[in-house]
Design a protein around this ligand. Structure first.
Ligand code: GLN
Length: 284
């Protein structure tokens, strides 16, 4: 049997040879065996049980073949907890946590109707719904497989939201409800950005959740053009956007008279990340 410190070195070396990030080794030791970095330091000279070692190396072999470790383990950490992920859902990204913070900072919790379009794992809206007590959250996805994953996450986290299958704003329109807040992290990658993406994203993540036409802007435009059907006057919209989409989206919304105060918020890496605006005038 090998000692933990040797196992960590071996795992990092194996990942590095395959061009994977070496930090995945310590993430796996923590997620698979509950060993945080400080516990690893305490136990570095202890022997790792053979079965644990074999399991770790099996996972590392799959990661070396570009499979995201979150799909191998079936879960991904987002914001402050774990979400089930499958190949039907994107793996929630750290930059999307910034969208959650931004919405929480801007919105109150006094019984608003909130919708999340294209929820995937439910990471955004279930995190919001865990924080809020009074707002009512509806989540949608065009993929019924993704929606089942979101439901499972909702049950696991003990959060109550309404689930609706369908394309973009259609399920909201059918519900006949008017929403105060609309949030979406839709597919927004342009086909010509494929060369910027890692093999693990391209080979394993659902393309339906990643790519959109019109330089990745197609679904924002479609949603914006049907907002009147579903948003209250004074309703707020929050879209996660791609790093170069701020300017073209501001250009698009500038001609839409119901849209006021459009702003682009940059993420921690100084990339465009959120488009936020208000719909029409607030009557209050
Ligand atoms: N940010 C994602 C990426 O890295 C794209 C997510 C999306 O299209 N909504 O590829």
């Amino acid at each position: 049997m090998k000692r933990y410190k040797e196992v960590l070195k071996e795992a990092e070396a194996s990942l590095s040879i395959s061009g994977q990030e070496t930090r995945i080794a310590s993430i796996l030791l923590e997620e698979m065996f509950g060993l945080t970095l400080s516990q690893l330091m305490i136990h570095e000279n202890d022997a790792m049980p053979q079965a644990d070692y074999d399991y770790l190396m099996e996972v590392i072999d799959r990661v070396n073949e570009n499979e995201p470790y979150q799909y191998v383990l079936g879960e991904a950490y987002f914001y402050d907890t774990y979400f089930k992920v499958t190949s039907d859902t994107l793996i929630p990204r750290p930059e999307t946590e910034e969208l959650v913070y931004y919405v929480l900072k801007n919105e109150s919790d006094h019984g608003l109707q909130v919708a999340d379009i294209g929820t995937g794992t439910g990471a955004i809206s279930l995190t919001l719904a865990r924080t809020w007590k009074n707002n009512k959250v509806t989540v949608t996805d065009i993929s019924s497989e993704a929606l089942s994953v979101a439901k499972e996450n909702g049950v696991n986290l003990g959060v109550e939201v309404t689930y609706k299958q369908g394309d973009l704003l259609t399920p909201l329109k059918e519900s006949g409800c008017q929403f105060d807040v609309l949030i979406s992290n839709p597919p927004y990658v342009s086909e010509d950005e494929t060369h910027l993406m890692t093999p693990s994203v391209l080979e394993y993540e659902p393309h339906q959740a990643l790519f959109a036409d019109d330089d990745g802007l197609a679904l924002y435009k479609k949603m914006i053009l049907t907002l009147d059907d579903v948003l209250t006057k004074g309703g707020r919209v929050y879209f996660e956007i791609g790093y170069a989409q701020g300017a073209p989206l501001l250009e698009f919304v500038k001609d839409i008279k119901q849209i006021s105060n459009p702003v682009i918020i940059k993420d921690i890496n100084e990339q465009d990340r959120i488009l936020h605006f208000t719909w029409g005038e607030d009557d209050d």
